[in-house]
Design a protein. Structure first.
Length: 339
């Protein structure tokens, strides 16, 4: 079996290139079935690589002297900065030199670049950014769209559901993913114009549609996929991240409030560590952009080495499972809908 090849934007993210290279070396040590293609300023990448021991036959470097920042207009930056670390990494997938691309840089630039350079899968109306979230049952739920498309048509959400179903089957090994539609009520007649129009489309799709999902039930473990437009999805994602951080902060403050609490905290330290790990985004890697004719993974902008290592694990799983073939086959079974 040929080795998987992952193109990594070495200069994307708040902690690049140090954390990117360190995470890459960690992932290389874990699995020997893949090759890293690091894109960015070659001299600086080589300087970081020199700090570690690794199999240099499994690391390639694409020299890319330019960097796209989060302050730049995404589409303009992609078109102007042809020698940027992100564009060169995307081009590697487009040219067949890599199976998947990973970046923690500008989300907008990655989305624009993936669409303009790699292009969409045949039949895909809009790619969707999918995020895995932990549930109270220890499983994970895939939420999409989480920010790529703030305004959606009903047919987009139907396609999101089908793509997510394929991802959960192939990558997360869920035999029959339960798909929920984010809504303000469980009843079929609830919601706005979009959700009311989407409901029958999801019923007709080749998925296990479990009905509407209220926000309080997202992390219940009763759903494997949550479908929504990118505006609502991004609000849910940012609120969830903020709530997790706030809860950990409040819990720590209360545990340190008095001597009795401190003693209890000391005894419960292993449990608190497990709880923190359950909420830690660095354990989950990045967010796949589904609907692109090649693997695309968006890592968190503040990713450390551990998070990059986890994101590479996700990229490996995506490429190895050949998710896009399953997505293309599922989409081909859907009727063409004019919204």
């Amino acid at each position: 079996m040929a080795q998987l090849r992952i193109a990594i934007d070495a200069f994307g993210g708040d902690n690049a290139p140090q954390a990117v290279v360190e995470g890459c070396v960690q992932a290389l040590a874990k699995h020997n079935d893949w090759v890293a293609i690091l894109s960015g300023d070659e001299a600086r990448i080589r300087t970081e690589l020199a700090k570690y021991s690794y199999d240099d036959k499994r690391v390639e470097v694409i020299h890319a002297p330019e960097v796209i920042t989060c302050e730049e207009q995404p589409t303009v930056a992609i078109k102007r900065k042809k020698e940027s670390s992100l564009v060169r990494a995307l081009q590697a997938v487009k040219d067949g030199q890599a199976d998947c691309v990973l970046s923690a840089g500008s989300t907008g630039a990655l989305l624009a670049g993936a669409t303009l350079i790699i292009r969409r899968l045949p039949g895909v109306k809009r790619p969707a950014l999918a995020v895995l979230l932990p549930t109270v049952k220890g499983s994970r739920i895939l939420m999409l769209d989480s920010g790529a498309n703030t305004d959606c048509k009903p047919s987009y959400l139907q396609q999101f559901a089908v793509m997510a179903d394929a991802y959960m089957r192939k990558v997360e090994h869920v035999d029959k993913p339960r798909v929920g539609l984010l809504n303000n009520g469980a009843e079929a007649e609830k919601g706005n114009m979009l959700t009311k129009a989407v409901y029958p489309l999801l019923q007709a799709a080749p998925i296990d549609f479990a009905g509407n999902c209220e926000a309080r039930d997202i992390l219940s473990g009763d759903y494997d996929v949550l479908v929504c437009d990118g505006f609502d999805g991004n609000v849910v994602l940012k609120y969830t991240e903020g709530m997790a951080s706030a809860l950990m902060g409040m819990l720590k403050a209360e545990l340190m409030a008095d001597t009795r609490s401190k003693l209890g905290a000391a005894l419960s330290k292993p449990a608190f560590k497990r709880f923190k790990r359950h909420l830690d985004y660095t354990e989950y890697g990045g967010a796949p952009l589904l609907g692109i004719a090649g693997g695309v993974i968006k890592a968190h902008g503040s990713s450390n080495a551990k998070a990059f290592c986890s994101a590479i694990e996700q990229a490996r799983a995506f490429a190895a499972a050949d998710v896009n073939a399953s997505i293309a086959a599922a989409l081909a079974s859907l009727p063409d809908i004019e919204d």
